[in-house]
Design a protein around this ligand. Structure first.
Ligand SMILES: Cc1cc2nc3c(=O)[nH]c(=O)nc-3n(C[C@H](O)[C@H](O)[C@H](O)COP(=O)(O)OP(=O)(O)OC[C@H]3O[C@@H](n4cnc5c(N)ncnc54)[C@H](O)[C@@H]3O)c2cc1C
Length: 418
Protein backbone atom coordinates (compact mmCIF):
# COMPACT_ATOMS: atom_id res chain seq x y z
CA UNK A 1 0.00 0.00 0.00
CA UNK A 2 1.65 3.25 -1.17
CA UNK A 3 0.23 6.63 -0.18
CA UNK A 4 -0.59 9.03 -3.01
CA UNK A 5 1.21 12.36 -3.29
CA UNK A 6 -1.63 14.84 -3.63
CA UNK A 7 -1.43 18.58 -4.37
CA UNK A 8 -4.52 20.64 -3.59
CA UNK A 9 -4.69 24.14 -5.08
CA UNK A 10 -6.75 26.66 -3.09
CA UNK A 11 -7.47 26.88 0.63
CA UNK A 12 -10.99 28.34 0.50
CA UNK A 13 -13.51 25.85 1.86
CA UNK A 14 -13.39 22.82 -0.45
CA UNK A 15 -9.57 22.60 -0.56
CA UNK A 16 -9.08 22.40 3.22
CA UNK A 17 -12.01 19.95 3.53
CA UNK A 18 -10.39 17.64 0.95
CA UNK A 19 -7.03 18.04 2.73
CA UNK A 20 -8.56 16.80 6.00
CA UNK A 21 -10.20 13.72 4.46
CA UNK A 22 -7.33 12.68 2.21
CA UNK A 23 -4.60 13.25 4.81
CA UNK A 24 -6.69 11.26 7.28
CA UNK A 25 -6.80 8.45 4.68
CA UNK A 26 -3.00 8.37 4.91
CA UNK A 27 -2.09 10.22 1.70
CA UNK A 28 0.68 12.82 1.51
CA UNK A 29 -1.23 16.05 1.04
CA UNK A 30 0.14 19.52 0.28
CA UNK A 31 -2.30 22.43 0.13
CA UNK A 32 -1.22 25.54 -1.82
CA UNK A 33 -2.88 28.92 -1.22
CA UNK A 34 -1.89 32.10 -3.04
CA UNK A 35 -2.90 34.50 -0.25
CA UNK A 36 -0.33 35.03 2.50
CA UNK A 37 -2.65 33.87 5.27
CA UNK A 38 -5.78 31.75 5.51
CA UNK A 39 -8.88 32.61 7.47
CA UNK A 40 -8.06 36.20 8.32
CA UNK A 41 -10.88 37.66 6.23
CA UNK A 42 -14.32 36.69 5.00
CA UNK A 43 -18.01 36.73 5.68
CA UNK A 44 -20.43 34.14 6.93
CA UNK A 45 -22.50 31.48 5.24
CA UNK A 46 -25.22 29.06 5.99
CA UNK A 47 -24.23 25.44 6.55
CA UNK A 48 -27.20 23.21 5.74
CA UNK A 49 -27.61 19.78 7.46
CA UNK A 50 -26.09 17.92 4.49
CA UNK A 51 -22.84 19.86 4.80
CA UNK A 52 -22.80 19.80 8.61
CA UNK A 53 -23.09 16.00 8.30
CA UNK A 54 -20.03 16.09 6.02
CA UNK A 55 -18.13 18.33 8.44
CA UNK A 56 -18.86 15.88 11.25
CA UNK A 57 -17.62 13.05 9.02
CA UNK A 58 -14.38 15.05 8.70
CA UNK A 59 -14.19 15.47 12.48
CA UNK A 60 -15.30 19.12 12.50
CA UNK A 61 -17.86 20.38 15.00
CA UNK A 62 -18.93 23.72 13.52
CA UNK A 63 -20.73 24.75 16.72
CA UNK A 64 -17.54 24.25 18.74
CA UNK A 65 -15.82 26.60 16.28
CA UNK A 66 -18.32 29.38 16.96
CA UNK A 67 -21.06 28.62 14.43
CA UNK A 68 -24.57 29.45 15.61
CA UNK A 69 -27.48 26.99 15.35
CA UNK A 70 -30.36 28.18 13.16
CA UNK A 71 -32.96 27.89 15.91
CA UNK A 72 -35.84 30.21 15.12
CA UNK A 73 -35.91 31.89 11.69
CA UNK A 74 -38.39 34.63 10.73
CA UNK A 75 -39.44 35.49 7.16
CA UNK A 76 -41.10 38.82 6.37
CA UNK A 77 -42.19 40.88 3.39
CA UNK A 78 -39.92 43.76 2.45
CA UNK A 79 -42.19 45.98 4.58
CA UNK A 80 -41.80 43.78 7.67
CA UNK A 81 -45.12 41.87 7.61
CA UNK A 82 -44.73 38.33 8.91
CA UNK A 83 -44.66 35.61 6.24
CA UNK A 84 -43.76 32.76 8.58
CA UNK A 85 -41.45 31.40 11.25
CA UNK A 86 -39.69 28.06 11.21
CA UNK A 87 -37.26 26.04 13.29
CA UNK A 88 -34.55 24.47 11.19
CA UNK A 89 -33.29 21.96 13.74
CA UNK A 90 -36.56 20.76 15.16
CA UNK A 91 -36.99 17.40 13.46
CA UNK A 92 -34.11 15.09 14.48
CA UNK A 93 -35.14 12.47 11.93
CA UNK A 94 -35.01 14.88 9.03
CA UNK A 95 -31.69 16.39 9.99
CA UNK A 96 -30.22 12.94 10.75
CA UNK A 97 -27.14 14.10 12.63
CA UNK A 98 -26.62 17.27 10.59
CA UNK A 99 -27.61 20.68 11.91
CA UNK A 100 -28.48 23.86 10.12
CA UNK A 101 -25.97 26.45 11.35
CA UNK A 102 -24.52 29.84 10.45
CA UNK A 103 -20.75 29.72 10.17
CA UNK A 104 -18.20 32.50 10.12
CA UNK A 105 -15.96 31.62 7.18
CA UNK A 106 -12.59 32.44 8.85
CA UNK A 107 -13.50 30.29 11.87
CA UNK A 108 -14.55 27.30 9.77
CA UNK A 109 -11.44 27.63 7.60
CA UNK A 110 -9.28 27.62 10.72
CA UNK A 111 -10.98 24.50 12.04
CA UNK A 112 -10.44 22.70 8.73
CA UNK A 113 -6.81 23.81 8.40
CA UNK A 114 -6.01 22.81 11.99
CA UNK A 115 -7.57 19.39 11.42
CA UNK A 116 -5.72 18.93 8.10
CA UNK A 117 -2.42 19.76 9.83
CA UNK A 118 -3.24 17.34 12.63
CA UNK A 119 -3.46 14.57 10.01
CA UNK A 120 -0.11 15.61 8.56
CA UNK A 121 -1.13 17.80 5.60
CA UNK A 122 1.37 20.51 4.68
CA UNK A 123 -0.07 23.98 4.19
CA UNK A 124 1.84 26.39 1.95
CA UNK A 125 0.53 29.95 1.88
CA UNK A 126 1.64 32.79 -0.40
CA UNK A 127 2.21 30.23 -3.18
CA UNK A 128 0.42 30.87 -6.46
CA UNK A 129 -0.10 28.13 -9.01
CA UNK A 130 0.13 29.45 -12.57
CA UNK A 131 -0.42 26.34 -14.67
CA UNK A 132 -0.74 22.58 -14.72
CA UNK A 133 0.67 20.07 -17.21
CA UNK A 134 -2.22 17.61 -17.22
CA UNK A 135 -0.59 14.51 -18.80
CA UNK A 136 2.48 14.85 -16.55
CA UNK A 137 0.48 15.79 -13.43
CA UNK A 138 2.90 18.66 -12.86
CA UNK A 139 2.16 22.01 -11.26
CA UNK A 140 4.03 25.21 -12.10
CA UNK A 141 4.22 27.95 -9.48
CA UNK A 142 4.54 31.71 -9.95
CA UNK A 143 8.28 31.59 -9.11
CA UNK A 144 8.82 29.13 -11.99
CA UNK A 145 9.38 26.06 -9.79
CA UNK A 146 7.42 22.86 -10.45
CA UNK A 147 6.13 19.84 -8.59
CA UNK A 148 5.07 16.49 -10.06
CA UNK A 149 2.56 14.52 -8.03
CA UNK A 150 0.12 11.59 -8.33
CA UNK A 151 -3.03 13.70 -8.16
CA UNK A 152 -3.87 17.41 -8.47
CA UNK A 153 -7.10 18.73 -6.97
CA UNK A 154 -8.01 22.19 -8.26
CA UNK A 155 -10.09 23.91 -5.58
CA UNK A 156 -9.08 27.34 -6.84
CA UNK A 157 -12.50 28.96 -6.93
CA UNK A 158 -14.79 30.55 -9.47
CA UNK A 159 -11.93 32.02 -11.52
CA UNK A 160 -9.98 28.75 -11.54
CA UNK A 161 -6.79 28.96 -13.57
CA UNK A 162 -6.79 25.15 -13.89
CA UNK A 163 -10.32 24.79 -15.35
CA UNK A 164 -9.19 25.97 -18.85
CA UNK A 165 -6.62 23.16 -18.82
CA UNK A 166 -9.39 20.58 -18.33
CA UNK A 167 -12.10 21.90 -20.65
CA UNK A 168 -12.30 24.10 -23.72
CA UNK A 169 -13.11 27.25 -21.78
CA UNK A 170 -14.26 29.19 -24.85
CA UNK A 171 -17.38 26.97 -24.76
CA UNK A 172 -18.24 27.74 -21.14
CA UNK A 173 -18.30 31.11 -19.50
CA UNK A 174 -19.33 32.51 -16.17
CA UNK A 175 -22.70 34.19 -16.44
CA UNK A 176 -24.93 36.43 -14.39
CA UNK A 177 -27.81 34.05 -14.94
CA UNK A 178 -30.17 35.61 -12.39
CA UNK A 179 -29.12 39.23 -12.98
CA UNK A 180 -28.35 39.97 -9.33
CA UNK A 181 -25.59 41.60 -7.41
CA UNK A 182 -25.18 40.81 -3.76
CA UNK A 183 -24.00 42.94 -0.88
CA UNK A 184 -22.59 41.59 2.36
CA UNK A 185 -21.56 43.28 5.58
CA UNK A 186 -21.07 42.43 9.24
CA UNK A 187 -21.61 44.27 12.52
CA UNK A 188 -21.26 43.50 16.23
CA UNK A 189 -24.47 41.93 17.53
CA UNK A 190 -24.23 44.29 20.50
CA UNK A 191 -24.74 47.29 18.18
CA UNK A 192 -28.11 45.80 17.17
CA UNK A 193 -29.12 45.07 20.76
CA UNK A 194 -28.19 48.63 21.79
CA UNK A 195 -30.13 50.36 19.01
CA UNK A 196 -33.74 51.35 19.79
CA UNK A 197 -34.97 50.41 16.28
CA UNK A 198 -33.35 46.95 16.18
CA UNK A 199 -33.03 45.93 19.84
CA UNK A 200 -36.00 43.52 19.64
CA UNK A 201 -35.09 42.13 16.23
CA UNK A 202 -32.99 39.20 17.49
CA UNK A 203 -32.78 37.31 20.76
CA UNK A 204 -31.30 34.09 22.14
CA UNK A 205 -33.72 32.04 20.08
CA UNK A 206 -34.43 34.15 17.00
CA UNK A 207 -31.24 33.83 14.93
CA UNK A 208 -32.25 34.67 11.35
CA UNK A 209 -34.37 37.44 9.86
CA UNK A 210 -35.24 37.74 6.19
CA UNK A 211 -37.11 40.37 4.22
CA UNK A 212 -38.46 39.26 0.83
CA UNK A 213 -39.22 41.87 -1.83
CA UNK A 214 -40.17 41.31 -5.48
CA UNK A 215 -36.65 41.54 -6.83
CA UNK A 216 -34.61 42.25 -3.68
CA UNK A 217 -33.98 40.25 -0.55
CA UNK A 218 -32.20 40.90 2.76
CA UNK A 219 -31.13 38.02 5.00
CA UNK A 220 -29.40 38.58 8.33
CA UNK A 221 -28.16 36.07 10.86
CA UNK A 222 -26.07 35.72 13.99
CA UNK A 223 -22.58 34.17 13.75
CA UNK A 224 -19.28 33.93 15.61
CA UNK A 225 -20.51 32.64 18.97
CA UNK A 226 -23.20 35.32 19.00
CA UNK A 227 -20.70 38.18 18.61
CA UNK A 228 -21.40 39.18 14.99
CA UNK A 229 -24.41 39.72 12.76
CA UNK A 230 -23.96 39.08 9.02
CA UNK A 231 -26.24 40.57 6.37
CA UNK A 232 -26.60 39.36 2.79
CA UNK A 233 -28.68 41.51 0.45
CA UNK A 234 -29.40 40.78 -3.23
CA UNK A 235 -30.73 43.26 -5.78
CA UNK A 236 -30.94 43.71 -9.58
CA UNK A 237 -27.43 44.16 -10.88
CA UNK A 238 -28.10 47.49 -12.60
CA UNK A 239 -28.54 49.09 -9.16
CA UNK A 240 -24.90 48.59 -8.24
CA UNK A 241 -23.11 47.97 -11.51
CA UNK A 242 -19.88 49.87 -11.60
CA UNK A 243 -19.33 48.99 -7.94
CA UNK A 244 -18.51 45.34 -8.63
CA UNK A 245 -15.74 43.52 -10.39
CA UNK A 246 -17.07 40.62 -12.38
CA UNK A 247 -16.36 37.04 -11.37
CA UNK A 248 -14.58 37.80 -8.11
CA UNK A 249 -13.60 34.78 -6.12
CA UNK A 250 -16.54 34.02 -3.88
CA UNK A 251 -14.90 35.51 -0.86
CA UNK A 252 -12.62 38.10 -2.42
CA UNK A 253 -12.30 41.10 -0.17
CA UNK A 254 -10.29 43.26 -2.53
CA UNK A 255 -10.98 46.99 -2.37
CA UNK A 256 -12.23 46.90 -5.96
CA UNK A 257 -15.61 45.59 -4.83
CA UNK A 258 -16.36 47.89 -1.93
CA UNK A 259 -19.67 49.73 -1.85
CA UNK A 260 -20.49 52.84 0.14
CA UNK A 261 -23.05 52.90 2.94
CA UNK A 262 -24.96 55.66 1.11
CA UNK A 263 -25.26 53.53 -1.99
CA UNK A 264 -26.35 50.47 0.01
CA UNK A 265 -28.95 52.51 1.89
CA UNK A 266 -30.24 53.97 -1.36
CA UNK A 267 -30.74 50.51 -2.92
CA UNK A 268 -32.81 49.21 0.01
CA UNK A 269 -34.54 52.44 1.07
CA UNK A 270 -38.02 50.99 0.38
CA UNK A 271 -37.49 48.15 2.92
CA UNK A 272 -38.77 47.86 6.50
CA UNK A 273 -37.04 50.36 8.80
CA UNK A 274 -35.46 47.54 10.87
CA UNK A 275 -33.80 46.13 7.74
CA UNK A 276 -32.59 49.58 6.65
CA UNK A 277 -31.28 50.23 10.16
CA UNK A 278 -29.29 46.99 10.03
CA UNK A 279 -27.58 48.27 6.90
CA UNK A 280 -26.84 51.57 8.65
CA UNK A 281 -25.38 49.77 11.67
CA UNK A 282 -22.99 47.67 9.60
CA UNK A 283 -19.32 48.47 9.79
CA UNK A 284 -18.99 50.77 6.71
CA UNK A 285 -15.57 49.30 5.95
CA UNK A 286 -17.05 45.80 5.79
CA UNK A 287 -19.43 46.47 2.87
CA UNK A 288 -18.67 44.45 -0.25
CA UNK A 289 -20.69 43.83 -3.37
CA UNK A 290 -20.44 40.80 -5.66
CA UNK A 291 -21.68 40.16 -9.15
CA UNK A 292 -23.39 36.79 -8.71
CA UNK A 293 -22.06 34.38 -11.31
CA UNK A 294 -22.73 30.76 -12.10
CA UNK A 295 -22.11 28.43 -15.00
CA UNK A 296 -23.92 25.77 -17.03
CA UNK A 297 -22.68 22.17 -16.83
CA UNK A 298 -19.14 21.81 -18.09
CA UNK A 299 -18.22 18.77 -20.19
CA UNK A 300 -15.97 17.17 -17.60
CA UNK A 301 -14.49 17.77 -14.18
CA UNK A 302 -11.30 15.78 -14.60
CA UNK A 303 -8.63 14.86 -17.11
CA UNK A 304 -6.01 12.21 -16.40
CA UNK A 305 -5.19 12.72 -12.72
CA UNK A 306 -6.21 16.38 -12.43
CA UNK A 307 -9.65 17.07 -10.97
CA UNK A 308 -11.75 20.15 -10.24
CA UNK A 309 -13.63 20.67 -6.98
CA UNK A 310 -16.10 23.27 -5.63
CA UNK A 311 -16.60 26.62 -7.36
CA UNK A 312 -13.82 25.71 -9.81
CA UNK A 313 -16.22 23.29 -11.56
CA UNK A 314 -19.65 24.45 -10.40
CA UNK A 315 -19.96 28.08 -9.30
CA UNK A 316 -23.48 28.70 -7.93
CA UNK A 317 -25.56 31.74 -7.11
CA UNK A 318 -26.06 31.76 -3.33
CA UNK A 319 -29.88 31.52 -3.25
CA UNK A 320 -29.78 27.80 -2.42
CA UNK A 321 -27.19 28.42 0.36
CA UNK A 322 -25.06 25.78 -1.26
CA UNK A 323 -21.76 26.91 -2.84
CA UNK A 324 -19.63 26.02 0.15
CA UNK A 325 -21.87 23.07 1.00
CA UNK A 326 -21.39 21.54 -2.45
CA UNK A 327 -17.61 22.07 -2.21
CA UNK A 328 -17.61 20.24 1.14
CA UNK A 329 -19.71 17.39 -0.31
CA UNK A 330 -17.25 17.14 -3.24
CA UNK A 331 -14.37 16.85 -0.75
CA UNK A 332 -16.11 14.13 1.26
CA UNK A 333 -16.93 12.21 -1.93
CA UNK A 334 -13.27 12.23 -2.99
CA UNK A 335 -12.31 11.15 0.52
CA UNK A 336 -14.53 8.04 0.23
CA UNK A 337 -13.39 7.24 -3.31
CA UNK A 338 -9.66 7.56 -2.57
CA UNK A 339 -9.10 5.46 0.56
CA UNK A 340 -5.70 4.42 1.89
CA UNK A 341 -5.51 1.31 -0.31
CA UNK A 342 -6.31 2.95 -3.66
CA UNK A 343 -3.49 2.50 -6.16
CA UNK A 344 -2.23 4.90 -8.81
CA UNK A 345 -3.82 2.93 -11.67
CA UNK A 346 -7.25 3.26 -10.06
CA UNK A 347 -7.13 7.02 -9.55
CA UNK A 348 -8.42 8.12 -12.96
CA UNK A 349 -11.41 5.77 -12.78
CA UNK A 350 -12.23 7.01 -9.28
CA UNK A 351 -12.16 10.62 -10.49
CA UNK A 352 -14.62 9.71 -13.23
CA UNK A 353 -16.87 8.03 -10.67
CA UNK A 354 -16.65 11.21 -8.51
CA UNK A 355 -17.87 13.20 -11.47
CA UNK A 356 -20.73 10.80 -12.21
CA UNK A 357 -21.82 10.93 -8.57
CA UNK A 358 -21.61 14.68 -8.11
CA UNK A 359 -22.75 16.20 -11.40
CA UNK A 360 -26.51 15.43 -11.26
CA UNK A 361 -26.84 16.64 -7.67
CA UNK A 362 -24.94 19.86 -8.26
CA UNK A 363 -26.95 20.56 -11.45
CA UNK A 364 -30.20 20.27 -9.50
CA UNK A 365 -28.90 22.60 -6.78
CA UNK A 366 -27.77 25.12 -9.41
CA UNK A 367 -31.15 25.07 -11.17
CA UNK A 368 -33.07 25.48 -7.92
CA UNK A 369 -30.78 28.30 -6.77
CA UNK A 370 -31.58 30.12 -10.02
CA UNK A 371 -35.29 29.47 -9.53
CA UNK A 372 -35.37 31.05 -6.06
CA UNK A 373 -34.13 34.30 -7.57
CA UNK A 374 -37.09 34.41 -9.95
CA UNK A 375 -39.48 34.92 -7.02
CA UNK A 376 -37.96 35.79 -3.66
CA UNK A 377 -41.39 35.89 -2.01
CA UNK A 378 -42.58 32.43 -2.96
CA UNK A 379 -39.74 30.37 -4.34
CA UNK A 380 -41.41 27.48 -6.20
CA UNK A 381 -40.65 23.96 -4.93
CA UNK A 382 -38.45 25.25 -2.13
CA UNK A 383 -39.67 22.79 0.51
CA UNK A 384 -39.00 19.79 -1.74
CA UNK A 385 -35.62 21.29 -2.64
CA UNK A 386 -34.63 21.64 1.02
CA UNK A 387 -35.53 17.99 1.59
CA UNK A 388 -33.41 16.96 -1.39
CA UNK A 389 -30.59 19.19 -0.16
CA UNK A 390 -30.68 18.47 3.57
CA UNK A 391 -31.24 14.71 3.58
CA UNK A 392 -28.21 13.76 1.52
CA UNK A 393 -25.33 11.90 3.13
CA UNK A 394 -22.43 12.44 0.71
CA UNK A 395 -20.04 10.02 2.42
CA UNK A 396 -22.54 7.17 2.59
CA UNK A 397 -23.71 7.78 -0.97
CA UNK A 398 -20.16 7.68 -2.33
CA UNK A 399 -19.42 4.51 -0.35
CA UNK A 400 -22.49 2.77 -1.83
CA UNK A 401 -21.69 3.92 -5.38
CA UNK A 402 -18.13 2.63 -5.06
CA UNK A 403 -19.45 -0.74 -3.86
CA UNK A 404 -21.90 -0.87 -6.77
CA UNK A 405 -19.14 -0.15 -9.25
CA UNK A 406 -16.88 -2.79 -7.71
CA UNK A 407 -19.63 -5.42 -8.05
CA UNK A 408 -20.66 -4.35 -11.53
CA UNK A 409 -17.31 -4.56 -13.29
CA UNK A 410 -13.60 -4.11 -12.84
CA UNK A 411 -12.75 -0.41 -12.79
CA UNK A 412 -12.89 1.08 -16.26
CA UNK A 413 -11.21 4.26 -17.41
CA UNK A 414 -12.94 6.15 -20.20
CA UNK A 415 -10.44 7.94 -22.41
CA UNK A 416 -12.51 10.49 -24.31
CA UNK A 417 -14.02 13.62 -22.81
CA UNK A 418 -16.94 12.14 -20.92
C1 LIG B 1 -22.62 36.64 -1.52
C2 LIG B 1 -22.35 35.18 -1.33
C3 LIG B 1 -23.08 34.45 -0.36
C4 LIG B 1 -22.84 33.08 -0.18
N1 LIG B 1 -23.56 32.37 0.74
C5 LIG B 1 -23.37 31.03 0.88
C6 LIG B 1 -24.13 30.24 1.82
O1 LIG B 1 -24.97 30.75 2.57
N2 LIG B 1 -23.88 28.90 1.91
C7 LIG B 1 -22.96 28.29 1.11
O2 LIG B 1 -22.78 27.06 1.21
N3 LIG B 1 -22.23 29.01 0.21
C8 LIG B 1 -22.41 30.35 0.07
N4 LIG B 1 -21.67 31.07 -0.82
C9 LIG B 1 -20.74 30.37 -1.72
C10 LIG B 1 -19.41 30.04 -1.10
O3 LIG B 1 -18.81 31.16 -0.52
C11 LIG B 1 -18.50 29.46 -2.20
O4 LIG B 1 -19.24 28.57 -2.99
C12 LIG B 1 -17.36 28.70 -1.56
O5 LIG B 1 -16.48 29.61 -0.94
C13 LIG B 1 -16.60 27.89 -2.63
O6 LIG B 1 -15.53 27.25 -2.02
P1 LIG B 1 -14.27 26.81 -2.87
O7 LIG B 1 -13.33 26.18 -1.90
O8 LIG B 1 -14.69 26.04 -4.06
O9 LIG B 1 -13.65 28.17 -3.45
P2 LIG B 1 -13.18 29.49 -2.69
O10 LIG B 1 -13.77 29.58 -1.35
O11 LIG B 1 -13.38 30.62 -3.64
O12 LIG B 1 -11.62 29.27 -2.50
C14 LIG B 1 -10.70 29.29 -3.57
C15 LIG B 1 -9.31 29.52 -2.97
O13 LIG B 1 -8.33 29.29 -3.98
C16 LIG B 1 -7.33 30.28 -3.88
N5 LIG B 1 -6.71 30.38 -5.20
C17 LIG B 1 -7.30 30.82 -6.35
N6 LIG B 1 -6.44 30.74 -7.38
C18 LIG B 1 -5.29 30.23 -6.88
C19 LIG B 1 -4.03 29.92 -7.48
N7 LIG B 1 -3.81 30.12 -8.78
N8 LIG B 1 -3.04 29.41 -6.69
C20 LIG B 1 -3.27 29.20 -5.35
N9 LIG B 1 -4.45 29.50 -4.74
C21 LIG B 1 -5.44 29.99 -5.49
C22 LIG B 1 -8.11 31.53 -3.47
O14 LIG B 1 -7.27 32.50 -2.89
C23 LIG B 1 -9.11 30.94 -2.48
O15 LIG B 1 -8.57 30.90 -1.17
C24 LIG B 1 -21.87 32.44 -0.99
C25 LIG B 1 -21.12 33.18 -1.93
C26 LIG B 1 -21.36 34.54 -2.10
C27 LIG B 1 -20.56 35.32 -3.12
Amino acid sequence: MVALNIAIVGAGIGGPAAAVGLARNGHNVTLYERTPSIGSVGFAFRVTPNSDRCLKFLGIDALAGGAVAADLCRMMTSKGELLGEFRENQDPERINGGLSVFAHRPALQKQLIDEAKRWGAQIKTGVEVTSVDVPRCTITFADGSTSTVDLIIAADGVNSCIRPMIINSSLYSLKTSTGHNCLRATMPLQAILDDPITSHAVNDELRLLSWHGDDKIIIGYVVDNGRLFNIVCAHPEELSNGETSSGDDAESTGSENRISLDKAREIYKDFDKVAVRLIELADPGSFRVWKLMDMDDISRWSADRVVLLGDACHPLVPFGFSGASMAIEDAVTLTELLPADVNLEQVQGRLQLYERIRKPRVAKVRDQSRLVASNFKQPGGFKAFREFLDNHDAAEYAKQELKKQAHASPEVVVDEAH
